[in-house]
Design a binder for this molecule. Structure first.
Ligand code: SF4
Length: 422
């Protein structure tokens, strides 16, 4: 007997990928006989009940910062159920370290975009076919593992952005992929350097259905760089952007569209008066998430950002002029960042706050899949820590830098870097 029940191990940080995968399953007529569960708190007892009735597959989507929690869960499932339960892993960390997941006890690991590979895997398991025949599905240790870029990118329009039937919804991913290669970021490794957009007609169609079936009144668009919508990712395509916003905001029943604020971001050099006047006309967000990342032009150049501090400041000014509060992403503790350069970033935070911006502070983490994955973890100087603490107490800076410092150390130690020397 083939696969009977799929149980997602849900976690707040993977809810967007859950919505997209559930959408892909719902729209696949081959999979209509599979029972799909996505409980907020999955229990061993619940798994046991399903396992007593048929074959069960547990699914985890994991990021590199979540491996401890997920691996513990996998080990507990293995201890309790042995090989009776199958476990599949997907998401960023699975794509980057498939061999590690196989070692921990996953039966199947999906490398790259999940929509097609995951639904094909479910179909194969249901039909008792051999999943090792599937491209991008790893089933055993290998000498060399594929990379996400080895597979043809999916067309976003082919899959729903979320799961309306199960009412598991989230932001609409309007753009996937990024042509920039910031060295601290794993997005280009995971989704490729070629930018793909969900078409405007497809977005409109799904939103109309969401209003009708799920009572949507507002929606969030998700993009690594909101202002690149419609183009190849390196410059503004204002007409396309306006058409997207005009057509979606005229959907009856849909009151608010959020774009350019979390979970999206914009690159500073895309922030022009013309672009923000268009945004201001249609979007409900009062803030704009802008990545400046450092107050040092040397660091910006070294991390491959392709913009300057001055362009960042000018973007913040333009945002303010156009009625948005700029919320600026900054990263402290980059590899080879001198303490004076960290000080320049702190000074920039004060200048931006003075102008009327707010700051979201991060500590550099050596993320697997990024060009900096083998670098030492980011560290705040005592002075930076004090400044950020003071600004946070005054409500001017947000962020979890303490937590990120710990995660950064853990990531680095996992990759056998001798952090004792740092
Ligand atoms: S930080 Fe943003 S612009 Fe840079 S590579 Fe990542 S997604 Fe692209």
């Amino acid at each position: 007997m083939g696969l009977d029940t799929l149980i997602f191990q849900t976690h707040p940080s993977s809810r967007y990928s859950l919505a997209a995968l559930m959408g892909a399953i719902e729209s696949d007529p081959r999979l209509s006989d599979i029972t799909v569960k996505a409980p907020l708190h999955s229990s061993m007892k619940g798994i046991e009940e399903h396992a007593s009735r048929g074959e069960v597959l547990i699914a985890h989507s994991l990021m590199s910062t979540q491996t401890d929690r997920v691996y513990n869960n996998v080990r507990r499932i293995r201890e309790r159920f042995g090989d009776k339960i199958h476990i599949v892993g997907g998401g960023p960390h699975a794509s980057i370290r498939p061999g590690e997941l196989i070692e921990v006890g996953f039966d199947f690991v999906i490398v790259g975009e999940g929509e097609k590979k995951f639904t094909d895997l479910l179909y194969y398991l249901q039909r008792e076919k051999d999943p090792s025949e599937l491209d991008g599905v790893i089933t055993e240790p290998q000498k060399n593992y594929p990379h996400p870029k080895d597979f043809k990118p999916i067309d976003l329009d082919t899959y729903p952005p979320f799961a309306l039937k199960s009412n598991i919804v989230g932001p609409i991913e309007v753009t996937r992929g990024c042509p920039f290669h910031c060295k601290f970021c794993s997005t280009p490794f995971l989704t490729g350097g070629v930018v793909r957009h969900r078409s405007i007609s497809n977005i409109v169609e799904w939103l109309k259905q969401a209003v009708e079936k799920s009572g949507f009144e507002r929606t969030w668009f998700m993009s690594p760089n909101a202002l690149c919508y419609g183009g190849r990712g390196r410059r503004l395509e204002l007409e396309k952007l306006e058409e997207l916003l005009r057509r979606t905001s005229s959907i009856e029943g849909l009151n608010d569209i959020y774009f350019g604020s979390f979970p999206s971001e914009v690159r500073p050099e895309f922030v022009t008066k013309a672009a923000l006047e268009v945004l201001r006309q249609y979007v409900a967000n009062s803030s704009l998430q802008i990545g400046i990342q450092s107050g040092s032009n040397r660091i910006l150049q070294e991390v491959n950002r392709h913009h300057t501090v001055e362009e960042g400041i000018s973007a913040a000014e333009t945002a303010l002029d156009c009625g948005f509060t700029p919320n600026i992403d900054m990263i402290f503790g980059f590899p080879n960042e001198a303490s004076q350069e960290q000080e320049m970033s702190v000074d920039l935070c004060y200048d931006l706050i003075e102008m009327g911006a707010s700051v979201h502070a991060h500590v550099f983490m050596p993320l697997p899949g990024s060009a900096y994955e083998y670098m030492l973890p980011g560290k705040l100087t005592d002075a930076t820590r004090k400044h950020l603490g003071d600004l946070a107490r005054r409500g001017l800076v947000t962020g979890s830098w303490g937590n990120q410092e710990e995660i950064a150390k853990r990531l680095a130690s996992q990759f056998r870097i001798d952090i004792a020397k740092s």
